[in-house]
Design a protein around this ligand. Structure first.
Ligand code: MRU
Length: 361
């Protein structure tokens, strides 16, 4: 098996009509590469977190809906469109918080509508190209976030991250980890602190795994230690990813992120969100409008333990994400530059830059 960093998190296997992923529920013990062929397999892989992280979910959905479209038997465009829409709504229902899922599916739907006058096989070919473009774009976007994020830190810095917004959550580089990887290539010698991230341990199983495989200096800490390492002066900046950023800058990310932001404020540590513009949802006004996914109790009471660690029947509250209020966020690092408060203003500028760059081609 090659090094995990050389393996694409999500890839399209055109010949076999499948999406190929690394099963992230098996990491770090074993690296299992699995093929997803049916829509149910794709839906389950997203729901069960075999593929996870907002950008990777978006890429999987784009490839998934392309495969669905390829399998549609339709007499005419209307029939094709209605079956396409049904399949897109199904995939969209797998997880509610990461906006990249619906963003990618809407973008694919746009391709169908734009090409409504063409024969169905040609529409399907356009969908294939768009899915590949969403994948390739993700690599470019993460690299640009990395460059912008790197401008905020200096060699030798201690950087803390929560959950996994790494290569495993994207196609390559990650978002929050992109400045770390680029800095590593340039000899920055960062000291990285990875929160283990209860209950699904994305920090322990995935972030500390991929960063150490890539040769970075990473120290795993329990979630309840982040304030303590900040108080000791070991952390110069926090970089985390996000699942949905509202128009006012309130940000949903993995449960526990807002606690890290509160501690960072207390200890004067800059707190940065790394956000591809595909994760900024200008249709969601504030964090109060973000739907937070609730996950099953067993993830808290027994998963990862050799035996159950909570009394049978105990009430469990297991939201997968929380919202960090915009006033706790020092800046939001995008591929088009660094947005600072007030975010309603700075996002306008970021989206103007994006529109100008898309116009230029
Ligand atoms: O439940 P997960 O593992 O999908 O949650 C992932 C996160 O919260 C990430 O920080 C976020 O999706 C950004 S990934 C670049």
């Amino acid at each position: 098996m090659k090094n995990i960093m050389e393996q694409d998190t999500v890839a399209l296997d055109e010949q076999n009509g499948a999406i190929v992923i690394i099963d992230q529920t098996k990491l770090p013990y074993s690296t299992e590469i699995i093929s997803l062929r049916t829509q149910e397999e794709i839906w389950n892989a997203i729901y069960l977190l075999q593929v996870r992280g907002a950008p990777a979910i978006g890429v999987t959905a784009a490839m998934g809906i392309y495969l669905a479209a390829k399998g549609i038997k339709a007499e005419n465009y209307e029939d094709f469109y209605s079956q396409f829409k049904k399949a897109a709504d199904y995939l969209d229902s797998a997880r509610p918080t990461a906006v990249n899922l619906s963003w990618a599916l809407r973008r694919m739907e746009g391709v169908v509508r734009k090409n409504s006058g063409r024969p169905i096989p040609e529409i399907v070919e356009e969908l294939r190209k768009e899915a590949i473009e969403i994948r390739d774009e993700d690599i470019r976007v993460c690299k640009a976030i990395g460059e912008n994020g790197l401008s905020l830190v200096k060699p030798g810095d201690g950087l803390l991250t929560h959950c996994n917004a790494g290569q495993l959550a994207t196609v390559r580089y990650g978002t929050a980890t992109a400045p770390m990887y680029l800095g590593h290539e340039r000899g920055y010698n960062f000291r990285i602190y990875a929160d283990e991230t209860r209950p699904l341990l994305q920090g322990a199983r995935l972030t500390s795994f991929e960063l150490s495989q890539a040769g970075l200096d990473v120290t795993l800490i329990c979630d309840n230690m982040s304030a303590s390492v900040m108080r000791k002066g070991l952390v110069n900046a926090v970089f985390v990813g996000c699942d949905r950023v509202a128009a006012n800058g309130d940000t949903a990310n993995k449960i526990g992120t807002s606690m890290v932001a509160l501690a960072a404020k207390r200890y004067n540590v800059p707190f940065y969100i790394c956000a591809p513009t595909s994760t900024i949802d200008m249709n969601t006004k504030t964090g109060a409008d973000i739907k937070i996914e609730l996950r099953p109790d067993h993830e808290v009471t027994e998963m990862w333990y050799s035996r159950r660690m909570a009394p049978e029947g105990v009430k469990v509250f297991n939201p997968a994400f929380d919202v960090t209020d915009n006033d706790l966020i020092t800046a939001i690092v995008t591929e088009y530059g660094i947005a600072r408060p007030p975010y309603s203003e700075s996002f306008k500028k970021i989206f103007e830059l994006k529109a100008a760059s898309e116009k230029k081609g």
